[in-house]
Design a protein around this ligand. Sequence first.
Ligand SMILES: [Zn+2]
Length: 410
Amino acid sequence: MRGEEPVVIEALKVRALPEGSYDHLLEFLRLYRVALQMVVDRVWSISGKLSKKKLHKLFYNNLVSMGFRAHHAKEVYVYAKSLVDSARSNGGRKPVLRKLSARIDKYDYRLDLGSMTLTLKLHNGYEARLRLVTSRERVEKFRGWGNYELVVKYEDGEFWVSIYFKRAIKSLKPRTVMSIDLNFDNITIAIFTLDGRLVKLKRFKTPHRKILTHKIWIERIQKRYPRSWRFIKGVRKAIERHGERIKNISWDYSHRVGDLVAELALKYYSVIVLEDLDELRENNKKGREFNKKLGLWFYRRIQFCVEYEARERNLEAIKINPKATSSKCPRCGRKLAEYGYKVLRCRKCGFIGDRDVIATINLYKKYVSRYSRCGVPGVALNTPKPDENPSGMQGNRDEAMKHIKLYEPI
Ligand SMILES: [Zn+2]
């Protein structure tokens, strides 16, 4: 491996159909299992440290004389060692290998994603050709990635291949900052330029009320059968059904939000700023609201999907302590007062704005002040002075509210 570049590794697991006879492939898998067990037995009996060099010395010649290629041999002893290490660290017994499966190094296979074929180099110079059974789309994703290892498995009369792909991450230099405020009813997303101009504001409704309805149903049933609900099949089933709905609604929603957010961030080259939920108890008002109604799991799930989708696109997502972000004036820093439904006003400077939008501005400001101090490139320039505001937020109610009347469909 070159350098210290961070990499993403992903496995593609697909069924594979042998083209022609697969006798040699099965023979190879059996031989591989025998060899692996032999090395495991031996390594298990050695108590001292085993370097790669030592492993090589102990097993290489033996394995090659069994008909394995050089890199087969290496894979066998490295894998055997890792099996023993993990069994030992769990206090387990000596591993006994039952499955027919082999790890194969990139030098011992040829993968052609165009024709979806895989050629494996086996023992004694044999080869096996397999056709990968999967959709184009699944494979398409890995074009341009490197692959370096695979595992081939024989199970219930079928061959399965897991191919390990990797690519280097080169984080994009952010040109804008996207801050995201999670609330009970909605998610507010704001994108700011690095010099503080608001360029995009979006708001999505959350399915929290729907989730809450199912939760209330569960509680109601449990209350009616306080001791017995676990043991009456019909009651338990009813509870499970509501639980299942909650799970589906929340994952479904999180995936879609993650995807939408990351696509938008990619379009604007944004760094994504999320609230650090672990710090939420410091943000008293919001913390209470979250905990009373639902707990944090749903927000974590949404954030998980946002972070995942961001990583997939080489975008950075960072978390910032949300303390006071929904209660402080973004212009002068004073505590804001309620001013109608979800609207807050500053008594000192007269700033008026939507509560959730204010939270996104404050998150943005926190990000900028934190990273301009640390000198993150690209962000240090043109940060707003303390008395300046991101434009569109100039204390005029219409300005602060105007883009956000409509919910985006999701
Ligand atoms: Zn103010």
